[in-house]
Design a protein around this ligand. Sequence first.
Ligand SMILES: [Ca+2]
Length: 354
Amino acid sequence: MTGKNKSLIFLLLPLILVISCDKNGIDPNGGGTIPLPQQTIDASIERFVFQSGNLYSGERSISLLEFKNTGNTRWKFWIGYSLQDKTGTWYDVPADTLTLNSGEMSKQIELVWTIPGNNQVVSGPYNVRVAIWKTNPSVTGAVQLGSFEQKDAFNAFNFIDDFNGYDANRWIISNKLTPGFGRFDTQNISLKDGFLSIKFPMQTKDGGEVKTTAPAKYKYGTYRASIKTPSLLPGTYTTFFLYESTNLDEIDIEIWNDGSGKLDLNTWVKGVQKFSAQIILAFDPSSQFHEYRIDYYPNEVSFWVDNVKMKYTTDLSQIPTSLTNIYISGWWPKWMSGNVAGTDKFAVYDWIQH
Ligand SMILES: [Ca+2]
């Protein structure tokens, strides 16, 4: 048999089946046979209200679903609910079942996923997807009857520290020489009225540094800080960065305190600087608080100011892979020019979120 003949037979097969069905349903002799209705199994999603806003570890992401049995048969439907983080990882909530009569609308169903604890959240936006299945979706060959997906439905975070108190489980204050001039002195760090301040003491080139407690534990995600830099202190940086001391992986935001509005943005992989960019802020960073942000994901590192993406890289050779620590600091790099100040100066942090 040639290939052409084969395909002809396959085309004809459905037609033959339809004809035979008709013969079964209608008695050509008028003998009173009652036609049997075909069993149809179907469902439609009538309402889906997805979780939105910001959620933190331990909180419940809740989406609401109502669906209808649009088949002609009472049926036990399976309901799947899945969430996807910015790294592409899916989290499947165990499927639930609901039996509905033909034409029946479900009650409102709560689809719940609890945000993980222990700093295990890949922070940032999550996609949510609901699906109605004819059979158990965990069994191969299951048929999906309807689905709905919402991109970037809500944001999940491990924490926001608003510095209303000092969390010694999260932070440790450095007491050592800086990489430039002077010391990171513990006494240059203070908390007051919900703000953490790093002091550049007058007549010195000392500063301060606060980092998260070892070991490095933070995963991929979004890292955000609200920062106000000191007024005019040329020769110094105010920083917010991610660093891992074993692999020497690092992602930096470094703000110049010289009134230029310059912002240095870098990545380092295994101790080698891989990405480097400089931008000029359109505002004076010492006049009020602004949000500085690093989004660290396997396929992209991006740098943001006040929710505007300023620079990014998708070159995998420029993107670290380590779990990380969060650092903030104020210090005097040796290659920057500037003189000690006649008054104390302060870099101030309102909150940090990951
Ligand atoms: Ca605060």
